[in-house]
Design a protein around this ligand. Structure first.
Ligand code: MN
Length: 329
């Protein structure tokens, strides 16, 4: 029973504080909200019991979504990030054997985001950053992080040498007419993945990774659909001699294979895992559940028995995370 021997590490596991809890209402039917709310607000009881039951030794915690990213005023976004990060640091300090922390960041202001990222890594011992998709600007528009104003932020993050988890959020109401009349496609069903995949492609095509080749980006949900499309992105109309019309120097798939890591969060499907392994390799895939929106036992039951090699199960379940988050240091 060697699959029982790998004590797993999970990277996309969320909590909420009083100021952000309501951001998660509406993602489940009203009858399930009481349960989801108590799961989000709990850190040390139910959560640790579920980790024990599912063979998960360590979890990197992150704030729920969209939270900081949905605040238009950069100063307020900064204050909320600091409160959430301080709270998280206190929780991790109580159980350093079970928890690590990803920082929430006020990307509305690249300057304040740099300041908070440096504080979290240098003073609070956080292991990375988790940002919930685009941030809203002061006029209610979307700030995507390929925009030139974010280059100083990326330079600072590259210097800190920690991963950036690009976590989903929904497109803004009225800004994505393709979903009009089809609200069932919002959230994890489809819109989360589409929104996040396009954001990731914007980063790849922008030349960001030519300028900052050491950046490490994590995507959840087995890559938000990108592994399945990676070949076609670079090979459509291959008989045409025209060069790709983007700023980056190399094929998109090269950035995907060099600067990206994927987690299994909320996508417990062996067929999908195998496709991701064939595109990006088992060294760049990490186990995660997406608690409390998904169940840890559902993730673990699937992963512990998935038809992959035991060597890959050890990498994906644990050792890749130890390396990426520098846990042995
Ligand atoms: Mn999540």
């Amino acid at each position: 029973m060697s699959f029982k021997t790998v004590k797993k590490i999970a990277l996309e596991e969320h909590f909420a504080i009083a100021e952000t809890i309501e951001d998660s209402a509406g993602f489940v039917p009203a009858d399930d909200w009481i349960e989801l709310k108590s799961r989000l607000l709990d850190i040390h009881e139910r959560r640790i019991a579920e980790m024990d039951r599912s063979g998960i030794e360590l979890v990197a915690l992150s704030l729920n979504a969209p939270a900081v990213q949905a605040i238009r005023d950069p100063k307020r976004a900064y204050e909320l990030s600091r409160r959430a990060n301080d709270f998280l640091a206190e929780q991790v300090a109580k159980r350093p054997d079970r928890f690590r922390a990803f920082a929430a960041l006020p990307m509305q202001s690249p300057e304040l985001a740099i300041r908070e990222a440096q504080r979290c890594m240098r003073e609070l011992g956080f292991v990375g950053v988790l940002v919930n998709g685009f941030s809203e600007d002061e006029h209610g528009g979307e700030l995507y992080y390929d925009m030139p104003r974010f280059r100083p932020f990326w330079a600072a993050l590259e210097a800190l040498d920690v991963p950036f988890y690009l976590h989903p959020r929904n497109p803004l109401p009225g800004r994505a007419p393709i979903y009009d009349g089809h609200p069932w496609m919002m959230g994890p069903t489809w819109a989360f993945g589409q929104e996040t995949a396009v954001h990731a492609l914007r980063l790849m095509g922008s030349g960001l990774f030519d300028e900052h080749p050491a950046l490490k980006i994590i995507l959840g949900h087995m890559g938000e659909g990108l592994p399945y499309s990676m070949w076609r992105i670079d090979n459509r109309n291959a008989w045409v001699s025209a060069k790709p019309n983007y700023l980056a120097r190399r094929p998109i798939a090269e950035y995907f294979r060099t600067n990206f890591w994927l987690t299994t969060s909320g996508n417990f499907r062996t067929q999908t895992l195998v496709d991701a392994m064939l595109e990006i390799g088992a060294d760049r895939i990490l186990f995660s559940a997406d608690w409390p929106f998904e169940n840890m036992d559902h993730a673990a039951e699937w992963f512990d028995h998935a038809s992959i090699s035991e060597n890959d199960r050890i990498k994906i379940g644990r050792t890749n995370a130890e390396q990426l988050l520098k846990l042995s240091a």
